[in-house]
Structures are given as structure tokens and as C-alpha cells.
Design a protein around this ligand. Structure first.
Ligand code: SF4
Ligand code: SF4
Length: 489
């Protein structure tokens, strides 16, 4: 689909551009293109799943030749963060160290290559809750690949609260990369702050000093409706670590997996516009000094994708779980949609997350996942190449709220990349089916009335959804109206 973009350099210096979200071609009114034909197209997506698309009726498949494995140790955690994607997931009976022998037999049936490399991610819940399983499991896997000259890369994401000096020394010795989940100034929205305990803070900072020179540690922070500034998060971690180049991971706005996720989403049009302006200004005004390398990489990658005219056909899902050689499974060998779900859980549309077994990997069918090309609006979305279709197993109001969040997140990065290429900052983007709140990027060119809807989050321990709407329809959680508006500005 071709979008007309009105952009401004300085007051009164406006220019119109045209952007095709399928071919990724960007050109001016006079037809001249922003293109760098010799630039290598970024790819990395496995052709079979990408080309065919996938949904419940055309399930995602997996390959025996794996490159990334995400081992789900169990979903228990010593905290209960408010918008955790795993919070509402049904939990199977726990596995333990006794399951490792059988697991390693099944794991040995997969095929690995030193040339492609191997990443092994150990996932919880909180993976250190499973310390008695994690430790012997990591040793068994390390032993399996002891002949490799380039060792598999081990990683965990932890809340940091269960770290001890012994565990830190072990993580260092085993070559782990460690990401510590913490939202900086927004942590109180998420839940309790383990760093308020002086002893825990000292252990975390000790691990940081050990792994930072090796590039093996980051703090992972999520944005949400109450924590919208990447710069504020960066400043908080600079103060916490004393390191102006502190590496920060994640950095996107939350997806809505349940009622709490909906409540932490951007609730109003005004909130969306404020978020977009903050996201743009944080990076533009600080010349990229925000610590979130992955976010800056998205801007650079999109710039490269436009200049090399990378076609949308090669774009996979944002998390990479649609790739054939990226697989998530538990210690029973159950292949699941991703590490954030369980083999006995279902997607919001009622489909089992269990896709099969690693023992019969060729027969695995993941039916929960929907490729962006099968979604109603992704094909016609200007930020498709940055957003990549939000979470592939969400549906209904959860997917709609996540899509709204993702649009506001991605359009600011789109504008930053656009400005890098053209010198102009886009302010309007016209396209059929694009609601006017999406056309008017910063909320400055048109009038926007809020939907007359009030939303109250209600915490219910056992069931989702946990959202009650006082007024209006409950068909969608979108704060955007689905209109086709093109206005002169
Ligand atoms: S913002 Fe929404 S419509 Fe656009 S690509 Fe992302 S999920 Fe699809
Ligand atoms: S499918 Fe991907 S985006 Fe969705 S929860 Fe799993 S890892 Fe996250």
C-alpha cells in the first residue's frame, strides 16, 4: 500500500513523500527515490514459514536443525509483576532435576551446527527459582558441546532478587549473558523493587561490574502507560550503576496479555500522542544517548531496509518465534508457542499452545500463531517493517490494544528513520483504512475527540479478562476510531 506523507523541516518548509510499505520504496513528489541499491538487504528469516504465512489452519512448523532453543523450566516466580505476560498462564505440574536425563536424550535428537551457532536461553517464571534444576541442566548441555571451539551461548532473564555471590560466580564461569528485568523509575508500577534491599543491590552491582566489560549484562525495562520515557529510564540506570554507557534491553511498550496489560496500555488518544512525542524527542534531542541499543538498532535497520528496498515478504514476526530453527520447549520435550506460555495453556482464541514434541519435531504444528499477513490491518500499515505484527498469538481486544500500543511505539521510530533519510520530520501520513489518530502522527494537525469510554481495571486472581467497561462497547479495547479520513492541513 502506498502512503502519502506530509513532512516538515522547519516552519513553512513542507514536502510531500510517498512510501510503499510492501516494496519499502520511499520517493519524493518528483519521483526521485531514496535508494542505495548496493546495500545488502537484511534477512535472516526462514523462507518456508515467511512465504506461506501461517495461522490456525496453516500451522507454524519447526525444523530439527535448531539455532536458538528457549527452555521453559517452569512458570513459578517469587514476584508477581503487574503486567507480566506469564501471569495468567495455566501452570503444568513442575519438572525438576530428575527430568534432566530423559530431557537430554530427547534434546540429543535435535541437530546443531557449530557453524550456525547455538543460543540456549533458560526461562522461568524466574529461572533462579529453579536453581536446583538450572545448574545441572546447564552443565549437561555444556558437556554435550564440550568439543565445540565456539561454545553455545547461554542466557537468562532474571529479576535479580535471588542472586547470591555463588550464583554470580557460576554465571560468570559458565559464560552466561544475564538480563535483569527492572523498569527503573517505573518499577513501582510493575511491582516490588528488589534493589531497595541494600544487600541485593550490592550483589546485582557486583555482577554488573563482573559481566559489563564482557558485554554480557543488561537491564531490561519495559515502557507502559505510566512509564513512557526511555530517557528517564536511562537516566535512572546511569545513576544506579554510575555507568553512562549502561546497556538497556527491551525498551518497547507492553503488549496486553490480560486485564492488567490492558490497564497498563496507553488508554486515550492524548496518551498515545504524548507517548509518540516523548519517544521521538527522547532520541532526537539526546542524539541517541538512551542506552536502549535494540531500539536504536530498529531505526537503523528500518533505514537500511528502506534504502535497500527490502520487500515485506521477507519480514517475520517481531520476536522471531516464527522461525523454524528457533524453538521453545519444556523439560518434558513439549514444543510450545514460545517461552511465555505452557503446554497446558491456550491462546486467547482457545487454541492449545502445545505444538508437539521435540522427539517428533517434523510433526510439530503450532496453531496459536497468526502471521502478520493474515491479520486484518498489518498489510496496510505504514509501520509494518518496524512493528512486525505485534505478538503472534494474541487476538481480540488483547491484540487490538497491543496493536495500538505497537503503532505509537513504531511510528516514532519510523519518524526518526525518515528524518535521517530525508531531513524532514513526518507529521501526517495518509492511507486508506488508517484512522485519523494514526494519520496525525503527533496529534497536532487535527482535532481528536476521545471515545466516551471509561475503563476500570479490576484485579481478579483467577480469571482473565479482568476489565470492566462502564460505558460503550466491549468489542474492542482500541482507543482509535476506525475511519478513513484525509484532511488538508
Ligand atoms: S501496528 Fe498493528 S497493524 Fe501495524 S503492523 Fe503492528 S500489529 Fe500490524
Ligand atoms: S509469541 Fe513472541 S511476542 Fe508473543 S509472548 Fe511469545 S515471545 Fe512474546
Amino acid at each position: 500500500m502506498i502512503f502519502e506523507i506530509l513532512a516538515e523541516k522547519k516552519l513553512g518548509d513542507e514536502k510531500r513523500f510517498f512510501y510503499d510499505n510492501q516494496t519499502n520504496a520511499l520517493h519524493c513528489e518528483d519521483g526521485s527515490q531514496y535508494r542505495y541499491p548496493d546495500m545488502q538487504k537484511s534477512c535472516g528469516h526462514t523462507a518456508r514459514n515467511a512465504n506461506q504465512g501461517f495461522d490456525e489452519h496453516h500451522p507454524l512448523t519447526k525444523s530439527r536443525h535448531v539455532r536458538v532453543v528457549k527452555i521453559q523450566l517452569g512458570l513459578s516466580c517469587n514476584y508477581a509483576c503487574d503486567y507480566c505476560s506469564q501471569k495468567s498462564v495455566e501452570r503444568p505440574k513442575e519438572t525438576n532435576a530428575k527430568d534432566i536425563g530423559r530431557f537430554m536424550q530427547m534434546f540429543g535428537g535435535l541437530e546443531f551446527s557449530q557453524e550456525k551457532g547455538l543460543k540456549v536461553e533458560f526461562w522461568g517464571g524466574e529461572p533462579l527459582v529453579y536453581w536446583k534444576t538450572l545448574k545441572p541442566l546447564a552443565h549437561a548441555i555444556a558437556q554435550k558441546f564440550e568439543d565445540w571451539s565456539i561454545k553455545p551461548q547461554f542466557s537468562i532473564i532474571t529479576n535479580g532478587s535471588l542472586l547470591t555471590p555463588d550464583i554470580c560466580a557460576w554465571l560468570y564461569a559458565m559464560g552466561f549473558s544475564v538480563s535483569i528485568s527492572h523498569d527503573g523509575p517505573g518499577q513501582p508500577v510493575r511491582g516490588p523493587d528488589p534493589f531497595e534491599d541494600g544487600a541485593k543491590k550490592a550483589i546485582v552491582l557486583g555482577l554488573y561490574r563482573m559481566l559489563r566489560p564482557l558485554g554480557r549484562i543488561s537491564f531490561n525495562a519495559m515502557l507502559n502507560g505510566s512509564n513512557i520515557s526511555r530517557k528517564a529510564i536511562y537516566d535512572w540506570f546511569v545513576t544506579f550503576t554510575g555507568d553512562p554507557s549502561v546497556p538497556l534491553g527491551e525498551g518497547s511498550i507492553v503488549d496486553a496479555y490480560d486485564g492488567d496489560g490492558l490497564a497498563q496500555s496507553l488508554q486515550t488518544k492524548a496518551a498515545h500522542f504524548e507517548f509518540r512525542r516523548t519517544a521521538f524527542n527522547d532520541i532526537y534531542a539526546s542524539a541517541g544517548q538512551i542506552g536502549f541499543g535494540g531500539i536504536l538498532q530498529k531505526i537503523d535497520q528500518f533505514t537500511g531496509d528502506v534504502l535497500s528496498q527490502r520487500n515485506a515478504r521477507t519480514v517475520g514476526q517481531k520476536c522471531g518465534m516464527d522461525q523454524e530453527d528457533v524453538i521453545s520447549f519444556d523439560l518434558r520435550g513439549n514444543v510450545i508457542t514460545c517461552q511465555n506460555v505452557s503446554a497446558i495453556d491456550q491462546s486467547p482464541s482457545g487454541v492449545s499452545h502445545l505444538g508437539g514434541s521435540i522427539e517428533t519435531i517434523e510433526q510439530v504444528q503450532i496453531k496459536t500463531a497468526t502471521h502478520w499477513s493474515k491479520r486484518a490491518h498489518c498489510n496496510d500499515c505504514p509501520v509494518l517493517h518496524i512493528c512486525k505484527g505485534s505478538c503472534m498469538f494474541l487476538s481480540g481486544k488483547y491484540w487490538q490494544a497491543s496493536c495500538d500500543n505497537a503503532y505509537s511505539d513504531a511510528i516514532a521510530l519510523f519518524a526518526l528513520a525518515f528524518e535521517k533519510m530525508t531531513g524532514y520530520i513526518p507529521k501526517m501520513i495518509y492511507g486508506d483504512h488508517l484512522p485519523k489518530e494514526r494519520q496525525d502522527i503527533w496529534g497536532t494537525c487535527m482535532e481528536h475527540k476521545e471515545k466516551s469510554k471509561k475503563v476500570i481495571p479490576i484485579h481478579i486472581a483467577t480469571e482473565a479478562p479482568v476489565m470492566k467497561e462502564i460505558d460503550g462497547t466491549n468489542e474492542t479495547n482500541s482507543v482509535f476510531e476506525k475511519t478513513t479520513v484525509k484532511e488538508n492541513v
